[in-house]
Design a binder for this molecule. Sequence first.
Ligand SMILES: Nc1nc2c(c(=O)[nH]1)N[C@H]1C(S)=C(S)[C@@H](COP(=O)(O)OP(=O)(O)OC[C@H]3O[C@@H](n4cnc5c(=O)[nH]c(N)nc54)[C@H](O)[C@@H]3O)O[C@H]1N2
Ligand SMILES: Nc1nc2c(c(=O)[nH]1)N[C@H]1C(S)=C(S)[C@@H](COP(=O)(O)OP(=O)(O)OC[C@H]3O[C@@H](n4cnc5c(=O)[nH]c(N)nc54)[C@H](O)[C@@H]3O)O[C@H]1N2
Ligand code: SF4
Ligand SMILES: [Mo]
Length: 695
Amino acid sequence: MNAPAFSRIGHSACPHDCPSTCALDVELLAGNKIGRIRGAKDNDYTSGVICAKVARYAERIHNPNRLTQPLRRKGQKGSGEWQVVDWEDALDEIAEAFVKAEARLGAETVWPYYYAGTMGLVQRDGINRLRHAKRYSGFYGTICTNMASTGFIAGAGKIAGSDPREMAKSDCIVIWGTNAVATQVNVMTHAIKARKERGAKIVAIDIYQNETMKQADLALCLKPGTDAALACAVMHVLFRDGHADRAYLARYTDEPQALEAHLAGRTPEWAAAITGLEAAEIEAFARLVGTTKRTFFRLGYGFSRQRNGAVAMHAALSIPAVTGAWQYEGGGAFHSNSSIYHLDRTAIEGLDLLDPNVRQLDQSRTASVLTNDPDALAGGPPVTAMIIQNTNPVTVCPDQTLVKQGFARPDLFVAVHEQIMTDTAKMADIVLPATMFLEHDDIYKGGGHQYIIFGPKLVDPPAECRTNHQVIAGLARRLGLEQPGFAMTEREHIDLMLQRSGWGTLADLEEKRWIDCQSDFETAHFLNGFGHADGKYHFRVDWASVDNENYGVVGPHADMPTLPDHWGSIEAADEAHPFRLATSPARQFLNSTFNETPSSIGREGRPELMIHPDDAAGLGIAAEDLVTVGNRRGEVKVHARLFEGLKRGVVISEGLWPNSAFVDGKGINTLTGADPVAPFGGAAVHDIKVWVRAA
Ligand SMILES: Nc1nc2c(c(=O)[nH]1)N[C@H]1C(S)=C(S)[C@@H](COP(=O)(O)OP(=O)(O)OC[C@H]3O[C@@H](n4cnc5c(=O)[nH]c(N)nc54)[C@H](O)[C@@H]3O)O[C@H]1N2
Ligand SMILES: Nc1nc2c(c(=O)[nH]1)N[C@H]1C(S)=C(S)[C@@H](COP(=O)(O)OP(=O)(O)OC[C@H]3O[C@@H](n4cnc5c(=O)[nH]c(N)nc54)[C@H](O)[C@@H]3O)O[C@H]1N2
Ligand code: SF4
Ligand SMILES: [Mo]
């Protein structure tokens, strides 16, 4: 068959939960089809580069397994037996279930549940308008960013930093706890440009030799959950060897003397014993960042997915405050730009209807919430009705055994609005077919850069797929809600938000394609002061009072160190669990998205456990063997892959695979914990003690 004729290029933005939020050029073909997707060359962050999985998007959007009609469950929950229903009946049933549940147990028994499967502000966050209008339980979205953002705000006072494009002007780029080659490829574009044009050094800090570590000039492979020890020893050396910028410290930081005194005992030898690095490696890294003023610390999420993750982020962020790297172009630090956009989300999210007394339920504790743990329910009623958009908790949430038990509860009604039949959709009472990003209008803001980008509807959705916005409006109508936000179109919402935020109109944005929201150099480098009231960088942290839009302290927050330090709150290995497991993202998947596309599955192969050959030998495990990995939460079967690029005692399983890809249907999150992480919650998905045995 001939390929459909090429018609034109459409412009969009990648909607997925990836810091790169690439500006896209989409080949639009005859017959409502798309061809290849490319990165926009004229966007100076995307720079014409995108990941392979999105370049191949035709495979996902035209996937024959897409959901295209509303379905009602016929058999038992999870039985896979469905009956096609029409939209009006499906929405009636959901609205009725919500009304009944509310009449029995109060509005808080309904839990609108969503996450970042699309990062579009209208389609992702519009569900909050329904929640606020009805006083349904709030969704406290902690699973991804909580520890990282808390640690960053603790030090810098807000989440912003040096212009990410400045990486290309750095002399040293430290890629810390992010596997950028796989998870946000554009970081590499700018870092490699600096290496080519300026001879910049690239440092990577991770727990295994992933693709990013392989590209680094200096690759530090440490034990999971020990990054703060490394950071402390680096700062110890900086003070010891005269590489601390004392004038900068005096002007811009809170307690430099206290920090220096505190670090006196945090020697490279002390850190070597904790991190598993050689003291000489730590010295070399400290010397490099101490003598290279234009050092750019690109701090990722991975190293914060530990029970001490907030402390680790804050400790790593403290290094450029000691060297004074913030003063130089190409220097400083960056994690995310979420603080720079000042978008007025009132209409999209119905913030004028928000009642702060309504309880918030923690996403990372979904396992506990749905199995009726009174603490996780904050003393309120059980959750008995849900609508789920853009997330797949039965795959992605910690403590999967309990998550599955929760979703199997006969007294829980669940509607899932999805693009494909995920592990979560399989457990639903009603499944609604959703549009993909090229089939609806939305607006996106970069986490890893500084652009707002418009993504218009470019093709028609297949069959009966509807947008999230349409579904929320359909339910609102049935529930008698008359706020204007439900009647507005996506475009009207975008236009209103832009205008109220001082970013012009949608028409302006459509013409320009994107808005560069970068702050000026002094602001971005905090030379006008950091985000705290005193304008200083804070080495000393009162964790309970960090301002991170939180709903209250949880976990062992009282034990958190106030100055940067190694905090032993991780799930340390013990005799019964000699291994530390991390569940790092696979290159061809994006969380659980793309784990349904044949080319991604083909490239990833199957769920595996990477294990050091000497550890495997000690357990009588050979390459390719099926092994069982377990802890008190459950057991998972995967194939062993012998791999020398990690420390003994550390094992890695890349994902996220669908649960059905595992021999006995138990996904990797069977092993992760839903215990609340200090100080404000989150999921420690790389912080797991396990045993391993031949299956
Ligand atoms: N291909 C692909 N891209 C993705 C995703 C995906 O699943 N697949 N997910 C998207 C999402 S939602 C997010 S939030 C971002 C996340 O992207 P990243 O910021 O890259 O975070 P992670 O992928 O969680 O982990 C990054 C690395 O941290 C390592 N790591 C784990 N524990 C430690 C530790 O204690 N110390 C150190 N130094 N390293 C550690 C992991 O092994 C991994 O290699 O990526 C996005 N992009
Ligand atoms: N073990 C382990 N667990 C993890 C992680 C890990 O590294 N290891 N990473 C964690 C992280 S960082 C994150 S962010 C979470 C992510 O967890 P999720 O938010 O659940 O992420 P996705 O798997 O991308 O799921 C998004 C779903 O949204 C659907 N979707 C996309 N766009 C739309 C839309 O417009 N409308 C509707 N209705 N649906 C849409 C997709 O089809 C997909 O099934 O997972 C976390 N879980
Ligand atoms: S997933 Fe990330 S790297 Fe790939 S196109 Fe989307 S934003 Fe860019
Ligand atoms: Mo994430």
